[in-house]
Structure formats: structure tokens, C-alpha cells
Design a protein around this ligand. Structure first.
Ligand SMILES: Cc1cc2nc3c(=O)[nH]c(=O)nc-3n(C[C@H](O)[C@H](O)[C@H](O)COP(=O)(O)OP(=O)(O)OC[C@H]3O[C@@H](n4cnc5c(N)ncnc54)[C@H](O)[C@@H]3O)c2cc1C
Length: 304
């Protein structure tokens, strides 16, 4: 496979063997075969067809704020929409936004329009695309609550409009096909006073700042909350706050956060995850499910 061929086909940038540590909030991860910043839908279609021809998987990422990538890296093309697909448009209560718009930016623009609904998601550090795949949420609100439709590039390279009610959204999950690339989304928001929206936003900001270790590198909550319990509470009760392996440590502010404290390797995080899962299973007979997305690990890596 000659990547120069692909370079001639697209206008976006291709970085060969690019360390994923440069593109994840953890600051962890070995190289991707190629890290690609497409500039247009046409670029994306070219990348998809080139990858298909050479049987290389394609992973689309946003800000990498929910990602743990292995130290060995990923044998795939990693596509980042970060610099493209950034438009935000309003039409009365409707909002159309590109997949690489940051959630915080989207909330700010909605406030300017006196449109409420998304403001409690303000502190989630990712893009709209990542938020939709994960059905990101905070303080009882989820990104899917106000979604009416998405536009995506499907695995055949065709642009498709999908209505929100064709997608099943659950707790940090969606049925959006993992091989599809989200391009844009449409929301139906509600008119509200600026004071009310700002109040909701400020409350969410304050709660986040007082309960999360925001000064350190992490990918947010590592585990989903099991039925009836907060994962952080269980990990805390198991006495694991402050437990460290290599450069990774269980936050003593929020036990469901594993922090990259000192040049942690992915392997340090993996070992800590396994230790936690083991301990929680032994103490409560509960199997903690991962909330973070993992790339480049062999199957079974995270089993306790
Ligand atoms: C300090 C901190 C606090 C956090 N708090 C919260 C919280 O309160 N609630 C919450 O839900 N999450 C939280 N997170 C996790 C994370 O920010 C969210 O999951 C966020 O929505 C991920 O967005 P991203 O753009 O970074 O996605 P990435 O991490 O880049 O990717 C996540 C997944 O989405 C896919 N993806 C991304 N963009 C696209 C696209 N355009 N098309 C198709 N697939 C795509 C990726 O392939 C991957 O599977 C937190 C993280 C941190 C670091």
C-alpha cells in the first residue's frame, strides 16, 4: 500500500505513524498507521474507498476524550474531523451543527440564541460526533434528548439522513453503526430566558468542578454505573481511591476516574482497570462494564 496514492486523492492532511498520545485526553497511545484530517465529504469518501481496497479499518474520532489507545498503536486509518465540519446554524428553535463542533461551543452559541436544552452538557470535553455515538450526558440530561436527525457517511461511502427515532439511544450507548461517520446533526431546542439557561449551565459547571479531577489527564468515567449504584461509590468503598500502577492512579476526588499522573502507559491503565474489576466482582459480585472506548487491544484484554 502506497499512502502517496491517497495523498494525491485528498486535500486533507495525512500523518503516517502518528502517535495517538497526541490526540487523546489521556495523552496515551501508540501510533496509528495514518492519522488523517479530511477537509470535505469527498476526502472522506476517497479515504473510505482507498481503505476498503487495501482492507485497512477506518476509525473516526473526535477530541479523543473518551479513548484509551494501546501502547502498540492501531493498525488502521484514524480519521479526525476536528478541523472540518464545524458549522453551527440556527433556524428558529432548530439548530444544525457539524460533527466536530465542541459541545462547549455549541452550548455557548445556543445561549446566544436563547435556546435551552443542552446547557448542562457544557463541561463534557468532546465533539458532537463523539457525544452522539456515546449518547454523552450529565446531570440527568443526554445529548439525544433534543436530537431530531443526523447526517452520516455510511460504510458504502454514501451520505444518508437518519431520523433520531430510527436510532436507539441508551445509557452511554447508541445503535449508530460503528463504521458510519457522523457529519452533522439537527436539534429541536426550546426557547428559554438567557438567565434561566445560564443558571442551569453554571450549576452544572460548579457541580463538575467540585466532583471531578479536572486538572489531570483522564478520559472521564472509566466504568458505566451498574444498576442501582454509582461505579465511583463502589470503587471508593473497595478502598481503591489513590491506588496506582505505574503512572496511572485512581483519582482520590472521583474514584471512577483513572488519571494519567506521571507518563502513564496504556498498560498501566489496563492493569488498574483489571484490578478494579476484580475487586468489585469479589466484593459485590458486580461486573463493571467499560464506559471508555478502547482501540488497538486484543479481545479479552480488559477481562478481570
Ligand atoms: C474530564 C472529563 C469529563 C467527562 N465527563 C463526561 C460526562 O459528564 N458525560 C459523558 O457522557 N462523558 C464524559 N466524558 C467522556 C467524553 O468527553 C465523552 O464521551 C465525549 O462525548 C467524547 O467525545 P469525543 O469527541 O472526545 O469522542 P472520542 O473520544 O474521540 O470518540 C468516542 C467515540 O465516538 C466515536 N466518534 C467520534 N466522532 C465520531 C464521528 N464524527 N462519527 C462517528 N464516530 C465518531 C469514536 O470512534 C469513539 O468510538 C468526560 C471526559 C473527560 C476527559
Amino acid at each position: 500500500m502506497d499512502l502517496n496514492e491517497l495523498k494525491k486523492m485528498i486535500t486533507g492532511k495525512i500523518m503516517e505513524n502518528e502517535p495517538m498520545a497526541n490526540h487523546t485526553s489521556y495523552g496515551i497511545g501508540g501510533p496509528a498507521l495514518a492519522f488523517i484530517k479530511p477537509k470535505s465529504i469527498n476526502d472522506l469518501q476517497m479515504i473510505k474507498s482507498f481503505a476498503k481496497k487495501h482492507q485497512v479499518p477506518v476509525n473516526c474520532i473526535g477530541s479523543g476524550s473518551n479513548l484509551l489507545v494501546s501502547d502498540e498503536g492501531i493498525n488502521s486509518f484514524v480519521v479526525s474531523l476536528e478541523k472540518s465540519f464545524k458549522k453551527i446554524l440556527f433556524d428558529e428553535n432548530k439548530c444544525y451543527a457539524g460533527a466536530s463542533v465542541k459541545l462547549s461551543k455549541l452550548v455557548k452559541e445556543c445561549i446566544k440564541q436563547n435556546l435551552g436544552g443542552l446547557e448542562t452538557l457544557i463541561g463534557i470535553p468532546g465533539t458532537l460526533g463523539g457525544a452522539l455515538i456515546m449518547n454523552a450526558g450529565a446531570f440527568g440530561n443526554e445529548i439525544s434528548n433534543y436530537l431530531t436527525a443526523i447526517e452520516l457517511l455510511n460504510s458504502n461511502g454514501v451520505v444518508e439522513q437518519v431520523s433520531a427515532n430510527e436510532i436507539e439511544f441508551g445509557y452511554r450507548s447508541s445503535t449508530i453503526n460503528k463504521n458510519d461517520i457522523i457529519l452533522n446533526a439537527e436539534f429541536q431546542l426550546k426557547k428559554a430566558s438567557e438567565t434561566e439557561i445560564r443558571k442551569n449551565r453554571d450549576q452544572a459547571n460548579l457541580s463538575r468542578k467540585s466532583t471531578q479531577p479536572l486538572k489531570f489527564r483522564s478520559a472521564g468515567s472509566v466504568f458505566k454505573n451498574p444498576k442501582d449504584f454509582a461505579a465511583g461509590y463502589l470503587i471508593d468503598q473497595a478502598g481503591l481511591k489513590g491506588k496506582s500502577i505505574g503512572g496511572a492512579i485512581v483519582s482520590d476526588i472521583h474514584a471512577n476516574f483513572i488519571i494519567n499522573q506521571a507518563n502513564a502507559k496504556a498498560e498501566d491503565v489496563v492493569q488498574l482497570i483489571k484490578l478494579i474489576r476484580n475487586a468489585i466482582y469479589k466484593k459485590y459480585s458486580i461486573v463493571l462494564e467499560l464506559e471508555i472506548t478502547t482501540l488497538g487491544f486484543p479481545e479479552g484484554t480488559f477481562n478481570a
